[in-house]
Write a protein that binds this ligand. Structure first.
Ligand code: ACO
Length: 330
């Protein structure tokens, strides 16, 4: 079978207008701007305030921008893969809701659940359909309304996250650019270091689960920090070595935006200077599946055709991975 290569041919994004600054959080809980900035790198995050809008809305807006920017009609899309941990409903898939919102009547659609690595898992999945010749145009979306599962009485977790979405279109590449390699890992986290305890089949919603605030993200921050720092740095180095890449060969590291210290550790391990690292955590916080496509969107005008990019992420599950791609736009 002839294996094709998939490349990103368009990028779109959506960010809610409301900016929740660290100073706003000071009014809600015992925290302060200085602590949040120095421990995480975050100054503000966006919050989707409209109660009638959720993840599907943000994903659809990001998708529409990607479609418009490339002159692609929604009917041309064969597949939608959407990564999220904050689906509008447990079922149907949020990807199906997006399909309906944008009018992608010829697409089939499904969700991927891999927390903060979700966009990378979805990008790999989407690229396989192009590589196998089973789809011509695939929409890959990372979208999360993290504010819907945050406990704003828990200062250790709620300060980290924001809402947002990014989307890319994948198509066949004929010029050698595109996704070259991918490495993914998982390790079932039986210690519940990063969980939403209730709302699934293990602990369905009851008055008790609501009273006990079990429908929110809970985490052991230090344990996650250690695992994430090691996982993201290790897998980034692994993909460099596997592809004989030296630091000077890499134009950009596109890291999941969880914590500036985790990003710095990854860049250091790869031997990259800070000018080669995409960082927007200060403005958006951790938008979970949204972080990597939001970086690609913010940096798209600075990227050159043929640039080597390493995308890297670590998240709940645990899940982690890296993708090596040659930028194919422009
Ligand atoms: N404001 C002020 N003080 C706080 C806050 C806050 N928001 N949160 C915790 N503290 C206090 C703690 O209570 C503790 O006080 P104590 O020393 O009196 O006990 C002190 O600050 C230090 O707490 P630590 O937990 O040791 O702080 P740390 O430096 O580890 O930073 C953080 C905490 C930011 C959560 C860090 O562990 C982290 O980033 N972990 C990774 C978590 C993460 O990114 N999760 C997202 C999903 S996974 C992913 O995306 C990779």
């Amino acid at each position: 079978m002839e294996v094709k290569q998939a490349k990103i041919t368009a990028v779109g994004h959506y960010l809610p207008e409301f900016r929740m600054t660290n100073f706003e959080l000071e009014k809600l809980m015992d925290t302060n701007d200085e602590w949040i900035r120095t421990r995480t790198g975050i100054s503000e995050r966006r919050i989707l305030k409209d109660p009638d809008k959720a993840t599907a809305f943000m994903g659809a807006e990001a998708a529409k921008e990607a479609l418009e920017s490339s002159g692609t009609s929604a009917e041309e899309i064969d597949l939608i893969v959407l990564a999220t941990v904050t689906p509008d409903y447990l079922f149907p898939a949020t990807a199906c809701l997006v399909q309906n919102m944008i009018g992608a009547t010829n697409a089939f659609a499904f969700d991927v659940s891999a927390a903060c690595s979700g966009f990378l898992y979805a990008l790999s999945t989407g690229s396989m359909y192009i590589e196998a010749g089973r789809a011509k145009k695939v929409l890959v979306i990372g979208a999360d309304k993290m504010s819907s599962i945050l406990d704003y009485t828990d200062r250790t977790t709620s300060i980290l996250f924001g809402d947002g979405a990014g989307a890319v279109i994948l198509e066949e590449s004929t010029d050698g650019t595109g996704i070259i390699d991918q490495i993914h890992h998982s390790e079932g986290d039986t210690n519940c270091s990063l969980y939403q305890h209730a709302g699934g089949s293990r602990n369905p919603a009851t008055i008790e689960t609501v009273k006990n605030r079990q429908h929110h993200v809970t985490q052991d921050g230090r344990a996650v920090f250690k695992k994430a720092t090691m996982g993201m740095a290790d897998v980034s180095l692994e993909i460099m070595e596997k592809n004989n890449l030296e630091p000077e060969d890499i134009a950009w590291l596109v890291p999941h935006q969880a914590n500036l210290r985790i990003i710095d550790a990854t860049a250091n391990r790869m031997g990259l200077s800070s000018e080669k690292v995409m960082i927007n955590i200060d403005k958006y916080g951790n938008t979970t599946a949204g972080t990597i496509p939001l970086c690609l969107y913010d940096w798209k005008d600075k990227l050159n055709h043929g640039d080597n990019l390493i995308l890297a992420a670590f998240g709940g599950g645990f899940t982690w991975g890296a993708i090596y791609l040659k930028w194919g736009l422009k």
